[in-house]
Design a protein around this ligand. Structure first.
Ligand code: SF4
Ligand code: SF4
Length: 577
């Protein structure tokens, strides 16, 4: 008898424990009609490759089910194509399929006449592999952060609270009301507002824009100091225990604050995890209401609590349905209704709603750097869809889609930008003054955002270096640059920059080594460092060492807006210390 590795045995046993009526139905029902084939973006972008077909991918798990848990596979294994796994190499091959050839977008599920939901058991297969430690490095890193730090981007509590403070100040400046603020841990508020950690790290403007909308509506709201991350990597990794733990943290905090309603910012997988799947994973009966911020903003306009002027948002806009919001949770019409209230030129993308194609960054794909070339190739269909609209902006209610779309827009060189509804609503607000006009003061031109700071850009790729330097210079910084770690160390000692943007993957001494040297050097230890990397899995070069966390962290490709916002955030917080 063929011997079987410990991991292979564990996977088979675990499969038996995870079978339920829905999964068995999907595993047993496929008649191999092929109707789902053309619905998958991997198939459409890899013509002639049968291993991309949903039914072929599903058969890799189905054969295990048939062999070990279905009578037909035990009696006629050759007839029903039953099979088993014996080695860790075979499990690695399964990993490549379930993590690298499917974003769990569920488009094939929708097109199956037999009701086979491949994405559901693809997630199950991911969970089986995660259980034995076989997963892409990025999945391991992000899961660890969410287990241990409480959010999937490793944002520390003090950084989160400092960012809220900073956004509160921005709000006061912007609306001219000294009483405006982002309340934290306020008890008995109508709304507890939870966000995606990406907003703290890369896109704090979405927090201040949401705060502006709540302020304009006169909302009774708060943000929690803990349990604020409504994203849930358990949805992507297939780890139900992680899913339940993360969801429970959010629910418990809402109960502790005695909030009436949990509002979830624009994030497809966060919305699906927290509102739809989380109560099951956490085995929790939720007594409070949960809604997407899209509905909250839409209702504010309909109820006359905020006024908007759609002519303030110039240009043409299309809308990308996030797979999780639309296909899995039915949020089709509300975002369109809201979008039409805040822009004048909306152009539908085809196909759309439940038939829309994935941004190709879904299912956690953005954290799995090893599959990036395949992901970007599969994004061709999405790029064609976007280009056909001719719109200046693509709007999406999902932070994951923002990253996926930005990546493919850059790769396919599309003349288009990505934005979210909260940004458009905030920009369209008609604000009626609530405070006395301040005494007239002479107008002075606002200084550029990074005026007076010296920033050192360290990157071995000339085009990236040039882009970062240009953006920072255009925003007033004095910029110096280095193309290697060695050069960076010498330059940092000589020039004493206020901030360093540091690439991790460089020939010679990589960014991890340089980071450690700087943080252990008495002269350089206080220099602020923002990691800018295209290889998120390299974070462990820093995070696994006994070192302070970097002051900032950005994944490539970096948008101009994110770079400036984050540089400013780091430098402003440094001033307060
Ligand atoms: S459409 Fe459904 S039944 Fe047909 S091959 Fe795809 S999964 Fe199987
Ligand atoms: S869930 Fe989406 S990515 Fe996965 S096989 Fe189906 S259509 Fe393809």
């Amino acid at each position: 008898m063929k011997s079987r590795s410990h991991n292979a045995q564990m996977v088979i046993e675990r499969l038996g424990q995870k079978l339920n009526r829905q999964v068995v139905g999907s595993l047993a029902a496929c008649v191999h009609c092929g109707m789902c084939t053309e619905s998958c973006h991997y198939v459409l972008s890899h013509p002639g490759d049968p291993t991309m077909a949903p039914a072929w991918k599903a058969d890799r798990l189905r054969k295990l089910f048939k062999r070990h848990y279905d009578w037909s596979g035990r009696v006629f294994p050759w007839w029903v194509k039953a099979g088993s796994v014996y080695t860790d190499e075979e499990l690695e091959e399964l990993k490549d399929i379930v993590f690298g050839k499917c974003t769990n977008c569920r488009r094939c599920s929708l097109n199956c006449p037999m009701g086979v939901d491949f994405a559901t058991f693809n997630r199950l297969a991911r969970g089986l592999l995660v259980r034995v430690g076989i997963m892409p490095e990025g999945v391991a890193v992000v899961s660890k952060d969410q287990w241990e730090i409480g959010n999937q981007m490793g944002v520390l509590k003090e950084d989160y609270l400092e960012t809220l403070d900073w956004m509160s100040e921005e709000l006061v400046d912007e609306v001219g009301d000294s009483g405006a603020a982002i309340p934290v841990d306020k008890k008995d508020a109508d709304i507890v507002y939870t966000i995606n950690p990406r907003e703290v790290k890369y896109d704090p403007r979405t927090i201040s824009d949401a705060a502006k909308v709540f302020w304009a509506a006169g909302a009774d709201w708060t943000m929690p100091s803990e349990g604020w991350d409504m994203t849930n990597f358990g949805l992507f990794s297939g780890d139900d225990e992680l899913g339940g733990t993360v969801a429970r943290r959010v629910y418990d905090k809402v109960r502790e604050l005695r909030g009436s309603k949990l509002v979830i910012s624009e994030c497809g997988h966060g919305y699906r995890s927290t509102r739809c799947e989380g109560p099951n994973w956490a085995a929790d009966d939720i007594a409070f209401e949960m809604e997407s911020s899209v509905l909250t903003m839409l209702n504010y306009i309909k109820e006359g609590r905020i006024k908007v002027d759609r002519t303030k948002n110039k240009g043409s806009y299309t809308f990308h349905d996030s797979c999780n919001n639309a296909r899995s949770c039915g949020l089709f019409e509300e975002p369109r209704e809201l979008l039409n209230m805040v822009v004048s030129d909306f152009r539908e993308m085809y196909p759309n709603r439940a038939e829309n194609f994935c941004c190709t960054g879904g299912g956690g794909a953005m954290s799995m750097a090893e599959y990036t070339p395949r992901r970007l190739k599969s994004a061709k269909i999405k790029a064609d869809q976007l280009a056909a609209t001719g719109a200046d902006f693509v709007v999406t209610s999902c932070h994951n889609c923002v990253d996926g779309l930005n990546d493919l827009i850059k790769h396919y060189k599309l003349p288009m930008k990505v934005t979210q509804l909260v940004n458009l609503v905030a920009d369209a607000l008609v604000i009626e003054k609530r405070v006395a006009e301040p005494a007239l003061v002479p107008q002075v031109a606002e200084a550029p955002a990074l005026d007076g700071y010296t920033i050192m850009v360290v990157d071995d790729e000339p085009d990236v270096r040039e882009f970062l330097c240009t953006v920072l210079e255009d925003n007033g910084a004095h910029v110096i640059s280095a193309s290697s770690g060695e050069e960076a160390l010498d330059m940092a000692r000589a020039e004493k920059p206020d901030l360093v943007t540091l690439d991790l993957s460089m020939p010679g001494q990589d960014g991890g080594v340089i980071y450690e040297k700087m943080k252990r050097d008495a002269e350089l230890a206080k220099t602020r460092i923002c990691i800018v990397t295209g290889r998120p899995e390299l974070r462990k070069l820093i995070y696994e060492k006994d070192l302070p966390r970097p002051e900032g962290y950005l994944d490539k490709p970096v948008s101009e807006e994110n770079l400036v916002l984050n540089a400013r955030r780091i430098l402003e917080l440094a001033k307060e210390e």
